[in-house]
Design a protein around this ligand. Structure first.
Ligand code: ADP
Length: 418
């Protein structure tokens, strides 16, 4: 195996942090290490690359014991991106990425055109070409993170270890980055990554290590490891594990924690039911204000901002797999919910082919509907006019009211009580 550890135990002074860990990492896989804070993930990564030396057990890289290798030999085989990296001098982006090449060309060698080309390609891959002369310390957290990862890639090592590389990256770039890691896997690189987001891990990592209190609780293919039982054991949360019908990968949804007393669940009080069609954070100012009603939200994707907010607010959610079009099951669920609501609010969301079904179902409803319209539908229509036609038809109906003002929206909701 290119990298493996056998019976590793590690102590900081007297505290045992890794307890008899044996793992083997082979080519062609993206490994995700998951576990609660303090479970030993970072320590394990540091032991794997020789930053920390364990007294017990051994790490073997390409059949060499890592303790017997010098730093430069290790760097040729393993590139590491630690959780936070401070750069003392204000080197430029280009200079830092070039440092990744020192393992191959030496610090003081003249830069050849071939070397320049490699650095240029890596800068381009990470969308850093325009920033190449900027000082590292003037960059945002996300940009700095990209530079440090780019430096590690420049090392062109066969093994890449990354400690929470997606933390400072925005959602779009997280996906792009994880997709890029998959490409490195196809080039024969082994990638081992510590990652917090279970859904991101299950979508992109094919092998998962679950750590708890310094022990490996489970290790293997993601479908076998990301189970309700294991996640309960590791994080003490109850989840539903579902399969994304489009990508075939699995994802999890945490079960809601029911609040014991809430006005919305008091049977003596007739609570109005409101459904909000949301997405992409467009309902972020509406949802928190509806706390006194019986609220449902959807159809939204599981990783969506409005999904996360609705979940925090303990609202019922009709959800779809992350990044996937609306399925028939979710459509039927929405239709059933809409039959019993007092009011439907359509937030100022953009429409694409993936979420158009929301609008079609809304168009069939004869309930009271408020269209919250911050921007004209034409600006939010990515369906070549289909959404605009349905929306305008909806707007002309007598059960539909349109407003662009949050104050008016809440006044209207209050007036329903009378
Ligand atoms: P994780 O990455 O899973 O959050 P760590 O490997 O960072 O876990 O830490 C595991 C345990 O070791 C924690 O209890 C942490 O407080 C402790 N620890 C981490 N680094 C040190 C250190 N340098 N000295 C002493 N204890 C440490």
């Amino acid at each position: 195996m290119p990298i493996e550890c056998e019976n590793i135990s590690f102590k900081y002074w007297t505290k045992l942090v890794l307890d008899d860990i044996s793992l083997q990492f082979g080519k062609g896989h993206l490994y995700g290490i998951l576990g609660p804070n303090g479970s030993g993930k970072t320590t394990l990564l540091k032991v794997l690359c020789g930053i920390l030396k364990s007294k017990y057990g051994q790490v073997v890289v390409d059949e060499f014991n890592i303790k017997k290798m010098n730093i430069s030999d290790v760097a040729k085989k393993i590139a590491v991106v630690e959780q936070s990296t401070s750069i003392d001098f204000d080197y430029s982006v280009r200079e830092i990425v070039k440092m990744g090449r020192f393992t191959h060309i030496g610090r003081f060698s003249k830069e050849t055109s071939e070397e320049k080309k490699i650095v240029n390609e890596i800068l381009e891959q990470f969308n850093l070409s325009e920033l190449e002369n900027r000082g590292y310390n003037t960059l945002s957290g996300g940009e700095q993170q990209k530079v440090i990862i780019a430096r590690a890639i420049a090392q062109q090592s066969k093994i890449l270890l990354l400690d929470e590389p997606t933390t400072h990256l925005d959602l779009n770039y997280q996906i792009e980055f994880m997709e890029r890691l998959r490409k490195y896997i196809n080039d024969g690189i082994i990638v081992i990554i510590i990652i917090h987001d279970v859904n991101l891990a299950t979508q992109f990592c094919d092998k998962i290590v679950l750590l708890k209190e310094g022990r490996v609780i489970a290790f293997g293919n993601r479908e076998e490891i990301i189970t309700r039982k294991n996640l309960k054991l590791i994080y003490n949360i109850d989840v539903v594990v579902r399969k994304n019908p489009f990508s075939n990968s699995i994802y999890i949804i945490p079960h809601k924690i029911e609040f014991p007393t809430s006005m919305r669940y008091d049977n003596n009080f007739k609570i109005k039911k409101i459904h909000v069609i949301a997405g992409g954070g467009a309902a972020s100012k509406i949802l928190p204000k509806l706390n006194d009603y019986d609220v449902s939200v959807g159809i939204v994707n599981v990783l969506d901002d409005d999904y996360i907010l609705a979940n925090e607010l303990n609202y019922r959610i009709i959800s779809e797999a992350p990044f996937s079009p609306i399925t028939n099951d979710s459509s039927e669920e929405l239709k059933t919910i809409l039959k019993n609501v007092d009011l439907i609010i359509l937030a100022n969301i953009p429409f694409g082919i993936t979420n158009l079904k929301n609008l079609e179902i809304l168009n069939e409803s004869n309930k009271k509907i408020v269209l919250f319209e911050r921007n004209p539908i034409e600006d939010r229509d990515f369906t070549e006019g289909i959404a605009t036609t349905i929306y305008n038809n909806l707007k002309s109906k007598s059960n539909v009211k349109t407003t662009n003002n949050l104050h008016d929206l809440f006044k209207f909701i209050e007036s329903m009580e009378e």
